[in-house]
Write a protein that binds this ligand. Structure first.
Ligand code: TPP
Length: 691
């Protein structure tokens, strides 16, 4: 070690040395990238240090150990701090990657991304989402603990921590999630709030002046104030008290300084989101007694101290493995079930109860079929948990008799909305309340935790309230299932506010989201199979409010065709169509009826059910061309939604019977008639294509 460095070290205690290592590793990464957020790492390094070295149960050599504590950097713009923590504690993240912060091909992107960087639990950056994810992670822990732990066998027992910022607390999704977390008494949820009173463009005095502690107390949270964000003992006491509080989530308000140590930028918004600049980095290092050279400097004692995490975490995991082995001997079935669930595998026979729906010209709503299918699967697939945003009676997503996920200690008897089967964290019916946005973020946390296959339901129209977490689920490749019902103007009297028109197109535009709109009860059953067999992405099931006929699969092709996204439901005589009608969901019945009329008029028509564009597009060209032969240019797509995107399937010479305006308030059948969804109109539009 050279003389200035040795001098620098002697002035420090080990804690300070480590904290400044975190600070300057982060700041050097931002400076080298000439892009990023230096303010948060400088201010929040002490609390991160205390949490990660004194409390966090994790094993850097096995980032996915089931019983690790979860840590979410909800203020994802502070990613450099997280990468520094991961590198220093010994995750598979090299110093070279820290130097490649925000560069093409690196695993250190601008904001943390799950699946890319070992140790990153959820993708954060859109403020407030991580806050909601944490609630989902804690719910998963509570649920799995309630289901699998046995006396003397604590198999699942970990905390969920997050670092949250002003922006996180300002976003509405945090309010929804906090309200639910307080109601649920999630005692193992602990958030450290980086209370630096500065945001991206201003001080919080011009936007955010409510009493945050009292706000969270009103939600039912335990709060604890740390007046000096550099006071390690106070931070430690606060985390201890939060861990001791078992009946309430905790918010630790830590008063910090954005850009701490920067002589000219501390406590100003200029430290938030732009590199400090070479000169200011130097001044900051000098101010905090840090050697200005070399950059990316990691003193050996600091590295050694952080790296103790590997031995400590390894010992914890070994103890856990022994405990789990003993558990597996005592409770082999539970152990196997837990392993399957956390490994994302479906248990053998999971689908045995799925009904085959008999031919029925009156039929049933696909939401009703979906409810029957879910209730047939759920008893065999314990990982399936979820609920709706206060719409169970409408979405048909209640899992009958499988318990309500509610805080223990209160009797469920006589409570309205209870699904039966007991009231505890072992309950599999999640009641999200009227909180769609938080529902989406919580589903992401549940899925990210592992061990559950979460579903969430609401009306299709309100999927708009969940778009940010849906997008993140797709970005993360999380296995989340959405059940969106009341999927068109045919929902009727509730009127235009409730009638989705552009939502399907909007959802289909999200990369890696599988949108499926099944056409009858049996397609709905296959859609659920696909939804559960899919592991690497979210699936949105789009279901009707109104009844649709259950097709005779002896006359029409098997509903298994849904697996390929689109299939020929019935062909023209001799397999030589002149015209193709394509539909999804409730409009399948309409083209089936139109086919009768057209055949009677000797029109050689093929009908195609196309419930999932995503699945269909993933098929080989041969298959797609066999379903929609390029030579047949007379094609009509029928769907009760905007036509946007359908021209891909009908081509320049085709036509789309869609909806290019908002709905109206009237009975569903009247709506459909007035919007042209009639056999006569389908036939007229189709025949026009042949002229
Ligand atoms: C939903 C969302 N809106 C806006 C932004 C852009 N943005 C990034 S950080 C930030 C505010 C930063 O304030 P704070 O949360 O207090 O972080 P700090 O300044 O303490 O780093 C904003 C508006 C974002 N990331 N997410």
């Amino acid at each position: 070690m050279n003389a200035p460095l040795a001098a620098a070290h002697s002035a420090y205690d080990l804690d300070n040395l480590c904290i400044n290592t975190l600070r300057f590793l982060s700041i050097d990464a931002v400076q080298k990238a000439d892009s990023g957020h230096p303010g948060l790492p400088l201010g929040a390094a002490p609390m991160a240090y205390v949490l990660w070295t004194r409390f966090l149960k994790h094993h850097p050599a096995n980032a996915t150990w089931v019983d690790r504590d979860r840590f979410v950097l909800s203020a994802g713009h502070g990613s450099a701090l997280l990468y520094s923590l991961l590198h220093l504690t010994g995750y598979d993240l090299s110093l070279e990657q820290i130097k490649q912060f925000r560069q093409w091909g690196s695993v250190t992107p601008g904001h943390p991304e799950r699946g890319l960087t070992p140790g990153v639990e959820t993708t954060t950056g859109p403020l407030g989402q991580g806050f909601g994810n944490g609630v989902g992670l804690a719910m998963a822990e509570a649920h799995l603990a309630a289901r699998y732990n046995r006396t003397d066998f604590e198999i699942i027992n970990h905390f969920t921590y997050a670092l949250v910022s002003d922006g996180d607390l300002m976003e509405g999704v945090a309010a929804e999630a906090a309200s639910l977390a307080g109601h649920l008494k999630l005692g193992k949820l602990i958030y450290l709030y980086d209370d630096n009173q500065i945001t991206l463009s201003a001080g919080t005095d011009i936007t955010f002046t409510e009493d945050r502690a009292r706000r969270f107390e009103a939600y039912g949270w335990h709060t604890h104030l740390v007046e000096d964000g550099n006071d390690l003992a106070a931070i430690e006491r606060a985390i201890l008290s939060a861990r001791d509080e078992t009946k309430r989530p905790s918010l630790i308000l830590v008063r910090t300084h954005l850009g701490y140590g920067s002589p000219n930028k501390q406590d100003t918004y200029t430290a938030h989101g732009s590199p400090l600049g070479e000169k200011e980095v130097r001044l900051t290092k000098q101010n905090l007694g840090w050697p200005t050279e070399p950059s990316f400097y990691i003193p050996d004692p600091a590295r050694a101290h952080f790296r103790e995490a590997i031995a400590k975490g390894g010992a914890e995991e070994t103890k856990w493995n022994d405990r789990f082995a003993a558990y597996a001997r005592a409770f082999p079935e539970l152990a196997q079930e837990l392993q399957q669930a956390t490994g994302g595998a479906l248990p053998t026979g999971w689908d045995e109860g799925i009904p085959i729906f008999p031919v029925d010209s009156k039929g049933m709503a696909t939401r009703v079929a979906s409810g029957k299918v879910m209730n047939a699967i759920a008893p065999r697939l314990h990982a399936l948990i979820g609920g709706s945003a206060d719409l169970d009676p409408s979405t048909h997503t209640a899992l009958s008799g499988l318990g309500d996920f509610e805080p223990p200690g209160v009797s469920a008897r006589d409570r309205q909305g209870s699904e039966g089967g007991g009231w505890s964290f072992a309950g599999r019916n999640l009641h999200f309340g009227v909180r769609e946005h938080a529902m989406g973020a919580i589903l992401n946390g549940l899925a990210a935790h592992g061990g559950t296959v979460p579903f969430g339901a609401t009306f299709l129209i309100f999927s708009d309230y969940m778009r940010p977490p849906i997008r993140l689920a797709a970005l993360m490749g999380l296995h989340v299932i959405y059940v969106f019902t009341h999927d068109s103007i045919a929902l009727g009297e509730d009127g235009s506010t409730h009638q989705p028109v552009e939502q399907l197109a909007g959802l289909r535009a999200v990369p890696r989201l599988n949108v499926i709109r099944p056409g009858d009860a049996n397609e709905t059953a296959v859609a659920w199979r696909v939804a559960l067999e899919t592991h690497d992405r979210p699936v949105a099931l789009i279901l009707t409010r109104q009844d649709v006929p259950t097709l005779d699969r002896a006359r029409f092709a098997s509903a298994d065709g849904l697996r390929r996204g689109g299939y020929v439901l019935a062909d023209a005589p001799g397999g030589k169509p002149a015209l193709i009608l394509i539909a999804t969901g409730s409009e399948v019945a309409l083209i089936v009826a139109a086919r009768e009329t057209l055949l009677a008029r000797k029109v050689a028509v093929r009908i195609v059910s196309l419930p999932s564009w995503a699945l269909f597009d993933a098929q080989p060209r041969d298959y797609r061309d066999a379903v929609l032969p390029p030579s047949i240019r007379a094609r009509l797509a029928v769907e009760a939604g905007v036509s946007q995107g359908w021209h891909r399937y009908v081509g320049d010479s085709g036509d789309v019977l869609g909806i290019e305006r908002f709905g109206a308030s009237a009975p569903g059948d009247v709506m459909l008639r007035n919007y042209g969804f009639t056999v006569e109109n389908v036939c007229a539009r189709a025949l026009a294509l042949l002229r």
